[in-house]
Design a protein around this ligand. Structure first.
Ligand SMILES: *Cc1c(COP(=O)(O)O)cnc(C)c1O
Length: 394
Protein backbone atom coordinates (compact mmCIF):
# COMPACT_ATOMS: atom_id res chain seq x y z
CA UNK A 1 0.00 0.00 0.00
CA UNK A 2 2.66 2.51 1.01
CA UNK A 3 4.37 2.16 -2.38
CA UNK A 4 1.30 3.71 -4.02
CA UNK A 5 1.11 6.67 -1.67
CA UNK A 6 1.70 10.05 -3.21
CA UNK A 7 4.76 11.91 -1.89
CA UNK A 8 3.01 14.12 0.69
CA UNK A 9 1.55 11.00 2.34
CA UNK A 10 4.79 9.02 2.19
CA UNK A 11 6.60 11.87 3.88
CA UNK A 12 4.27 11.83 6.85
CA UNK A 13 3.82 8.06 7.27
CA UNK A 14 6.58 6.31 5.32
CA UNK A 15 8.97 4.01 7.14
CA UNK A 16 7.34 4.41 10.58
CA UNK A 17 8.35 1.68 13.04
CA UNK A 18 5.83 1.93 15.88
CA UNK A 19 6.85 0.45 19.22
CA UNK A 20 4.54 -1.59 21.46
CA UNK A 21 3.26 1.70 22.94
CA UNK A 22 1.68 2.87 19.70
CA UNK A 23 3.16 6.37 19.85
CA UNK A 24 1.85 8.85 17.23
CA UNK A 25 5.15 10.58 16.59
CA UNK A 26 8.20 8.50 15.78
CA UNK A 27 10.24 7.45 18.81
CA UNK A 28 13.87 8.42 19.35
CA UNK A 29 15.95 5.37 20.11
CA UNK A 30 19.01 6.82 21.80
CA UNK A 31 20.91 3.61 22.24
CA UNK A 32 24.38 2.51 21.23
CA UNK A 33 23.72 -1.19 21.31
CA UNK A 34 21.09 -3.92 21.41
CA UNK A 35 20.66 -6.99 23.62
CA UNK A 36 19.95 -10.53 22.48
CA UNK A 37 17.70 -13.07 24.19
CA UNK A 38 20.30 -15.83 23.83
CA UNK A 39 23.83 -16.41 22.66
CA UNK A 40 22.39 -18.27 19.67
CA UNK A 41 20.32 -15.19 18.78
CA UNK A 42 23.46 -13.04 18.87
CA UNK A 43 25.26 -15.50 16.63
CA UNK A 44 22.37 -15.57 14.16
CA UNK A 45 22.18 -11.76 14.08
CA UNK A 46 25.89 -11.49 13.35
CA UNK A 47 25.66 -14.12 10.64
CA UNK A 48 22.89 -12.09 9.01
CA UNK A 49 20.42 -14.97 9.40
CA UNK A 50 17.96 -12.86 11.36
CA UNK A 51 16.88 -9.27 10.86
CA UNK A 52 17.73 -6.71 13.50
CA UNK A 53 20.16 -4.15 14.75
CA UNK A 54 23.66 -4.84 16.05
CA UNK A 55 25.32 -1.54 16.87
CA UNK A 56 24.28 2.08 16.27
CA UNK A 57 27.29 2.73 14.04
CA UNK A 58 25.81 0.16 11.62
CA UNK A 59 22.18 1.20 11.94
CA UNK A 60 19.45 1.88 14.50
CA UNK A 61 15.65 2.19 14.55
CA UNK A 62 15.21 5.98 14.30
CA UNK A 63 17.84 6.20 11.57
CA UNK A 64 16.14 3.30 9.81
CA UNK A 65 12.86 5.23 9.71
CA UNK A 66 14.65 8.26 8.26
CA UNK A 67 16.42 6.13 5.65
CA UNK A 68 13.22 4.34 4.62
CA UNK A 69 11.31 7.59 4.28
CA UNK A 70 14.11 9.07 2.17
CA UNK A 71 14.14 5.93 -0.03
CA UNK A 72 10.41 6.33 -0.71
CA UNK A 73 10.80 9.98 -1.57
CA UNK A 74 13.75 9.35 -3.85
CA UNK A 75 12.59 6.09 -5.42
CA UNK A 76 15.78 4.40 -4.15
CA UNK A 77 16.16 0.84 -2.88
CA UNK A 78 18.52 1.54 -0.02
CA UNK A 79 20.14 4.41 1.87
CA UNK A 80 22.49 5.29 4.70
CA UNK A 81 22.06 8.35 6.90
CA UNK A 82 25.24 10.25 7.71
CA UNK A 83 26.25 12.85 10.28
CA UNK A 84 26.47 15.64 7.69
CA UNK A 85 26.10 16.26 3.99
CA UNK A 86 29.87 16.14 3.57
CA UNK A 87 30.05 12.75 5.29
CA UNK A 88 27.54 11.55 2.67
CA UNK A 89 29.49 13.03 -0.25
CA UNK A 90 32.83 11.69 0.97
CA UNK A 91 31.35 8.23 1.58
CA UNK A 92 29.62 8.09 -1.80
CA UNK A 93 32.84 8.97 -3.62
CA UNK A 94 35.52 7.21 -1.59
CA UNK A 95 33.70 3.93 -0.86
CA UNK A 96 33.79 2.87 -4.49
CA UNK A 97 37.17 4.11 -5.75
CA UNK A 98 40.78 2.99 -5.41
CA UNK A 99 44.21 4.31 -6.36
CA UNK A 100 44.53 4.53 -10.12
CA UNK A 101 40.86 5.43 -10.71
CA UNK A 102 39.75 8.69 -12.30
CA UNK A 103 36.86 11.05 -11.48
CA UNK A 104 35.31 13.54 -13.87
CA UNK A 105 33.55 16.26 -11.86
CA UNK A 106 31.82 19.50 -12.66
CA UNK A 107 33.97 22.43 -11.56
CA UNK A 108 30.93 24.24 -10.15
CA UNK A 109 30.62 22.38 -6.84
CA UNK A 110 29.87 23.20 -3.24
CA UNK A 111 33.26 24.25 -1.81
CA UNK A 112 33.88 21.21 0.39
CA UNK A 113 32.77 18.83 -2.39
CA UNK A 114 35.31 20.41 -4.68
CA UNK A 115 38.00 19.95 -2.01
CA UNK A 116 37.16 16.23 -1.74
CA UNK A 117 37.60 15.56 -5.47
CA UNK A 118 40.30 18.13 -6.23
CA UNK A 119 42.52 17.89 -3.13
CA UNK A 120 41.67 14.83 -1.03
CA UNK A 121 41.15 12.17 -3.71
CA UNK A 122 44.55 12.79 -5.40
CA UNK A 123 46.30 12.16 -2.05
CA UNK A 124 45.06 8.58 -2.34
CA UNK A 125 46.06 8.23 -5.98
CA UNK A 126 42.61 8.97 -7.40
CA UNK A 127 42.87 11.41 -10.28
CA UNK A 128 40.27 14.07 -10.97
CA UNK A 129 39.44 16.23 -13.97
CA UNK A 130 37.19 19.24 -13.42
CA UNK A 131 35.04 20.35 -16.35
CA UNK A 132 32.56 23.07 -17.19
CA UNK A 133 29.59 20.79 -16.63
CA UNK A 134 27.11 22.80 -18.67
CA UNK A 135 28.31 21.27 -21.91
CA UNK A 136 28.07 17.50 -22.44
CA UNK A 137 31.04 17.45 -24.82
CA UNK A 138 33.29 18.53 -21.92
CA UNK A 139 32.30 15.44 -19.94
CA UNK A 140 32.95 13.24 -22.94
CA UNK A 141 36.36 14.81 -23.70
CA UNK A 142 37.51 14.27 -20.11
CA UNK A 143 36.89 10.52 -20.15
CA UNK A 144 39.99 8.37 -19.69
CA UNK A 145 40.56 4.61 -19.70
CA UNK A 146 40.44 4.64 -15.89
CA UNK A 147 37.36 6.87 -15.45
CA UNK A 148 35.13 5.27 -12.85
CA UNK A 149 33.01 8.10 -11.53
CA UNK A 150 31.17 11.25 -12.62
CA UNK A 151 30.26 13.73 -9.91
CA UNK A 152 28.02 16.76 -10.22
CA UNK A 153 25.50 19.01 -8.56
CA UNK A 154 22.63 20.62 -10.41
CA UNK A 155 21.56 23.38 -10.08
CA UNK A 156 24.95 24.56 -8.90
CA UNK A 157 25.98 26.75 -6.02
CA UNK A 158 25.73 29.74 -6.31
CA UNK A 159 25.13 30.53 -9.97
CA UNK A 160 22.35 27.97 -10.51
CA UNK A 161 23.79 26.48 -13.69
CA UNK A 162 22.44 23.07 -14.60
CA UNK A 163 23.98 19.85 -15.85
CA UNK A 164 22.16 17.50 -18.24
CA UNK A 165 21.97 14.53 -15.84
CA UNK A 166 20.52 12.07 -18.38
CA UNK A 167 23.25 13.05 -20.85
CA UNK A 168 26.04 12.47 -18.32
CA UNK A 169 24.45 9.16 -17.24
CA UNK A 170 24.43 7.97 -20.84
CA UNK A 171 28.15 8.70 -21.20
CA UNK A 172 28.86 6.96 -17.90
CA UNK A 173 26.92 3.86 -18.86
CA UNK A 174 28.94 3.54 -22.07
CA UNK A 175 32.09 3.05 -19.97
CA UNK A 176 30.44 1.35 -16.96
CA UNK A 177 31.20 4.30 -14.71
CA UNK A 178 28.87 5.54 -11.95
CA UNK A 179 27.21 8.94 -11.66
CA UNK A 180 26.87 10.57 -8.24
CA UNK A 181 24.51 13.56 -8.06
CA UNK A 182 24.50 16.03 -5.17
CA UNK A 183 20.81 16.96 -5.38
CA UNK A 184 20.66 19.51 -2.57
CA UNK A 185 19.78 22.57 -4.63
CA UNK A 186 17.00 20.81 -6.57
CA UNK A 187 15.53 19.14 -3.47
CA UNK A 188 14.14 15.58 -3.72
CA UNK A 189 10.83 17.09 -4.83
CA UNK A 190 11.90 18.85 -8.03
CA UNK A 191 14.49 16.49 -9.52
CA UNK A 192 14.82 12.69 -9.51
CA UNK A 193 18.39 11.86 -10.51
CA UNK A 194 17.85 8.09 -10.31
CA UNK A 195 15.00 8.31 -12.82
CA UNK A 196 17.28 10.37 -15.07
CA UNK A 197 19.86 7.56 -15.03
CA UNK A 198 22.20 8.56 -12.19
CA UNK A 199 23.31 5.72 -9.91
CA UNK A 200 23.80 7.41 -6.56
CA UNK A 201 22.16 10.49 -5.01
CA UNK A 202 23.49 12.41 -2.02
CA UNK A 203 21.93 15.10 0.14
CA UNK A 204 22.94 17.46 2.81
CA UNK A 205 19.81 16.94 4.92
CA UNK A 206 20.99 20.01 6.81
CA UNK A 207 19.34 22.08 4.10
CA UNK A 208 15.69 21.72 3.01
CA UNK A 209 15.14 18.34 4.72
CA UNK A 210 15.67 19.82 8.16
CA UNK A 211 14.70 23.19 6.75
CA UNK A 212 14.54 24.83 10.14
CA UNK A 213 18.18 25.45 10.90
CA UNK A 214 18.52 22.86 13.69
CA UNK A 215 20.89 20.03 12.94
CA UNK A 216 23.33 18.60 10.42
CA UNK A 217 22.67 15.45 8.46
CA UNK A 218 23.22 13.73 5.16
CA UNK A 219 22.08 10.71 3.22
CA UNK A 220 23.40 8.49 0.42
CA UNK A 221 20.81 6.68 -1.72
CA UNK A 222 21.21 4.04 -4.41
CA UNK A 223 20.23 0.49 -5.35
CA UNK A 224 20.65 -2.46 -2.97
CA UNK A 225 23.48 -3.95 -4.99
CA UNK A 226 25.64 -0.83 -4.87
CA UNK A 227 24.95 -0.20 -1.19
CA UNK A 228 25.77 -3.80 -0.30
CA UNK A 229 28.86 -4.02 -2.45
CA UNK A 230 30.41 -0.60 -1.83
CA UNK A 231 28.78 1.56 0.82
CA UNK A 232 27.84 -0.88 3.57
CA UNK A 233 31.29 -1.89 4.76
CA UNK A 234 32.75 1.58 4.29
CA UNK A 235 29.90 2.99 6.36
CA UNK A 236 30.17 0.38 9.12
CA UNK A 237 33.91 0.62 9.54
CA UNK A 238 34.66 4.32 9.05
CA UNK A 239 31.76 5.56 11.20
CA UNK A 240 29.98 8.52 9.55
CA UNK A 241 26.66 7.47 11.16
CA UNK A 242 24.01 10.08 11.98
CA UNK A 243 22.98 10.62 15.60
CA UNK A 244 19.51 9.14 16.29
CA UNK A 245 18.46 12.47 17.74
CA UNK A 246 19.27 14.18 14.45
CA UNK A 247 17.54 11.39 12.51
CA UNK A 248 14.41 12.10 14.55
CA UNK A 249 14.65 15.86 13.97
CA UNK A 250 15.07 15.26 10.23
CA UNK A 251 12.15 12.78 10.15
CA UNK A 252 9.94 15.53 11.52
CA UNK A 253 11.45 17.91 8.97
CA UNK A 254 10.54 15.61 6.08
CA UNK A 255 6.87 15.69 7.09
CA UNK A 256 6.62 19.36 6.17
CA UNK A 257 9.15 19.39 3.30
CA UNK A 258 6.57 19.81 0.48
CA UNK A 259 4.77 22.64 2.28
CA UNK A 260 7.96 24.52 2.99
CA UNK A 261 9.55 24.02 -0.41
CA UNK A 262 6.35 25.14 -2.14
CA UNK A 263 6.27 28.41 -0.20
CA UNK A 264 10.03 28.93 -0.56
CA UNK A 265 9.82 28.38 -4.32
CA UNK A 266 6.88 30.76 -4.72
CA UNK A 267 8.79 33.38 -2.74
CA UNK A 268 11.97 32.81 -4.75
CA UNK A 269 10.14 33.08 -8.08
CA UNK A 270 8.41 36.33 -7.12
CA UNK A 271 11.61 37.86 -5.72
CA UNK A 272 13.51 36.83 -8.88
CA UNK A 273 10.91 38.52 -11.10
CA UNK A 274 10.94 41.63 -8.93
CA UNK A 275 14.73 41.90 -8.86
CA UNK A 276 15.03 41.40 -12.63
CA UNK A 277 13.14 44.70 -13.08
CA UNK A 278 15.35 46.78 -10.78
CA UNK A 279 17.86 49.29 -12.16
CA UNK A 280 20.63 48.30 -9.71
CA UNK A 281 20.45 44.66 -10.82
CA UNK A 282 22.58 43.56 -13.77
CA UNK A 283 21.33 39.99 -13.93
CA UNK A 284 19.07 37.49 -12.19
CA UNK A 285 19.58 33.76 -12.62
CA UNK A 286 16.62 31.67 -11.57
CA UNK A 287 15.81 28.16 -12.81
CA UNK A 288 12.09 28.97 -13.03
CA UNK A 289 12.53 31.91 -15.42
CA UNK A 290 12.31 31.65 -19.18
CA UNK A 291 15.53 33.70 -19.50
CA UNK A 292 17.65 31.09 -17.66
CA UNK A 293 20.48 30.25 -20.11
CA UNK A 294 19.65 26.52 -19.90
CA UNK A 295 15.87 26.71 -19.70
CA UNK A 296 15.58 23.76 -22.13
CA UNK A 297 17.53 21.38 -19.85
CA UNK A 298 15.57 22.59 -16.84
CA UNK A 299 12.29 21.88 -18.61
CA UNK A 300 13.47 18.31 -19.31
CA UNK A 301 14.78 17.37 -15.90
CA UNK A 302 13.19 19.54 -13.21
CA UNK A 303 9.57 19.69 -12.14
CA UNK A 304 9.89 22.96 -10.22
CA UNK A 305 12.02 26.07 -10.08
CA UNK A 306 14.25 26.56 -7.08
CA UNK A 307 14.22 27.97 -3.59
CA UNK A 308 17.41 29.86 -4.49
CA UNK A 309 17.99 32.96 -6.56
CA UNK A 310 21.31 34.24 -7.87
CA UNK A 311 21.61 37.94 -8.62
CA UNK A 312 24.33 40.22 -9.79
CA UNK A 313 24.39 43.86 -8.82
CA UNK A 314 25.86 46.52 -11.11
CA UNK A 315 27.74 48.19 -8.25
CA UNK A 316 30.07 45.27 -7.40
CA UNK A 317 31.10 44.40 -3.86
CA UNK A 318 30.11 47.78 -2.44
CA UNK A 319 26.55 47.44 -3.73
CA UNK A 320 26.33 43.80 -2.65
CA UNK A 321 27.37 44.68 0.90
CA UNK A 322 25.04 47.71 0.98
CA UNK A 323 22.06 45.61 -0.10
CA UNK A 324 22.77 42.89 2.45
CA UNK A 325 23.19 45.43 5.24
CA UNK A 326 19.97 47.25 4.30
CA UNK A 327 17.80 44.11 4.40
CA UNK A 328 15.83 43.50 7.57
CA UNK A 329 13.66 40.39 7.21
CA UNK A 330 16.29 38.64 5.08
CA UNK A 331 19.26 37.64 7.22
CA UNK A 332 22.92 37.47 6.19
CA UNK A 333 24.02 33.83 6.40
CA UNK A 334 25.92 31.32 4.29
CA UNK A 335 23.35 28.60 5.05
CA UNK A 336 20.45 27.74 2.76
CA UNK A 337 17.17 25.86 2.62
CA UNK A 338 16.05 27.39 5.91
CA UNK A 339 12.57 28.63 6.88
CA UNK A 340 14.24 32.03 7.24
CA UNK A 341 15.30 33.89 4.10
CA UNK A 342 19.09 34.08 3.96
CA UNK A 343 21.44 36.01 1.70
CA UNK A 344 25.14 35.53 1.16
CA UNK A 345 27.99 37.12 -0.78
CA UNK A 346 29.82 34.11 -2.24
CA UNK A 347 33.03 35.95 -3.22
CA UNK A 348 33.84 36.83 0.41
CA UNK A 349 32.29 33.81 2.15
CA UNK A 350 31.45 30.42 0.63
CA UNK A 351 33.77 30.83 -2.37
CA UNK A 352 36.52 32.97 -0.83
CA UNK A 353 39.07 30.13 -1.01
CA UNK A 354 38.96 29.94 -4.80
CA UNK A 355 41.39 31.94 -6.91
CA UNK A 356 40.00 35.04 -8.66
CA UNK A 357 40.31 33.12 -11.90
CA UNK A 358 38.38 30.09 -10.63
CA UNK A 359 35.66 32.37 -9.30
CA UNK A 360 35.40 34.17 -12.63
CA UNK A 361 35.12 30.81 -14.42
CA UNK A 362 32.13 30.00 -12.22
CA UNK A 363 30.49 33.33 -12.99
CA UNK A 364 30.93 34.62 -9.43
CA UNK A 365 31.69 38.34 -9.54
CA UNK A 366 32.11 40.83 -6.67
CA UNK A 367 28.48 41.85 -7.26
CA UNK A 368 27.04 38.32 -7.04
CA UNK A 369 24.62 37.49 -4.23
CA UNK A 370 22.83 34.22 -3.47
CA UNK A 371 19.41 34.33 -1.86
CA UNK A 372 17.82 31.32 -0.18
CA UNK A 373 14.13 32.12 0.07
CA UNK A 374 12.41 31.27 3.32
CA UNK A 375 8.76 30.63 4.11
CA UNK A 376 7.90 34.17 5.24
CA UNK A 377 4.99 36.10 3.72
CA UNK A 378 5.89 36.96 0.12
CA UNK A 379 4.84 40.59 0.46
CA UNK A 380 7.10 41.18 3.47
CA UNK A 381 10.07 39.84 1.50
CA UNK A 382 9.29 41.94 -1.57
CA UNK A 383 8.91 45.04 0.60
CA UNK A 384 12.20 44.23 2.35
CA UNK A 385 14.03 44.16 -1.00
CA UNK A 386 12.22 47.26 -2.29
CA UNK A 387 13.14 49.24 0.83
CA UNK A 388 16.74 48.02 0.80
CA UNK A 389 17.22 48.88 -2.89
CA UNK A 390 15.79 52.37 -2.32
CA UNK A 391 18.39 52.99 0.36
CA UNK A 392 21.25 51.95 -1.93
CA UNK A 393 23.26 54.53 -3.83
CA UNK A 394 22.70 54.65 -7.61
C1 LIG B 1 25.55 22.20 2.37
C2 LIG B 1 25.92 21.40 1.19
C3 LIG B 1 26.78 20.30 1.30
C4 LIG B 1 27.40 19.90 2.62
O1 LIG B 1 26.47 19.58 3.59
P1 LIG B 1 26.74 19.68 5.18
O2 LIG B 1 25.49 19.13 5.76
O3 LIG B 1 26.98 21.12 5.48
O4 LIG B 1 27.94 18.84 5.46
C5 LIG B 1 27.07 19.60 0.17
N1 LIG B 1 26.58 19.94 -1.03
C6 LIG B 1 25.75 21.00 -1.19
C7 LIG B 1 25.25 21.34 -2.54
C8 LIG B 1 25.39 21.76 -0.08
O5 LIG B 1 24.58 22.82 -0.23
Amino acid sequence: MSKNWRPATQLVHGGTLRSQYGETSEAIYLTQGFVYETAEAAEARFKGETEGFIYARYGSPTNDMFEKRMCMLEGAEDARATASGMAAVAAAILCQLKAGDHIVAARALFGSCRWVVETLAPKYGIECTLVDGRFLENWEKAIQKNTKLFFLESPTNPTLEVVDIAGVAKLANQISAKVVVDNVFATPLFQKPLELGAHIVVYSATKHIDGQGRCLGGVVLSDTEWVTEHLQDYFRHTGPAMSPFNAWTLLKGIETLPLRVKQQTENAAKIADFLAEQKQVAKVIYPGRADHPQADVIARQMSGGSTLVCLELKGGKEAAFALQNALGVVKISNNLGDAKSLITHPATTTHKNLSDEARAELGISPGTLRLSAGIEDTQDLLEDFARALERMPG
